[in-house]
Write a protein of this length. Structure first.
Length: 181
């Protein structure tokens, strides 16, 4: 299977996760990444750059069977801007974290736009994957409050839709890296 993986913050634990996934998978995983800086801009505008990179990879002959995006990807933006390159490719979004429940410093307010990006990405994906059960629970329990803040057309039914297409997949650990202990 050819997997096209999107990561707009290719740094730290996200980089190790994606690189480890590609290294240990039996699938051909092609990564489309951006440097790990300017996290807010990656969520706001990174989809434009990722879509350009997706079009380039597909035009160069890589035909994905699956699109694998992380929680910092604005998946609806990528899907719409990379059309028709991804029209029949199922999409999975993997949540390392989310902006509905990510801890905010006491002197700051949560920026709702990033939470909405996570919500829309989960809605646009064919499958939603969380790294822990508690993360899944927190996300789906917090989502109704986000939707209740909308002045109308809250679409509460989408919480169930997201829950029904979600699963938990714990990240792998390379124990060989700790052999010296």
């Amino acid at each position: 299977m050819n997997v096209l993986a999107l990561e707009p913050w290719h740094s730290g634990s996200r980089r190790r996760f994606l690189d480890g996934l590609a290294e240990h998978s039996t699938h051909d995983i092609r990564s489309v990444t951006m440097p790990g800086r300017f996290w807010q801009w990656r969520m706001e505008g990174g989809g434009v750059t990722l879509a350009q990179k997706v079009r380039s990879v597909v035009d160069d002959g890589f035909r994905p069977d699956l699109l694998f995006a992380t929680d910092m990807v604005n998946l609806p933006a990528v899907l719409s801007l990379a059309r028709p390159h991804l029209d029949d490719v199922p999409a999975v979004v993997y949540f390392h974290e989310n902006q509905l429940t990510y801890p905010v410093p006491p002197d700051e307010e949560r920026e709702r736009a990033y939470a909405i990006t996570n919500y829309l990405s989960a809605l646009a994906a064919d499958r939603v994957v969380f790294n822990t059960q508690s993360h899944f629970d927190e996300f789906t329990e917090s989502l109704p409050q986000l939707l209740r803040d909308f002045p109308d057309f809250t679409n509460m039914h989408t919480v169930r839709d997201i829950r029904d297409k979600s699963t938990v997949l714990h990240p792998g650990i390379d124990l060989a890296a700790h052999d010296e202990y």
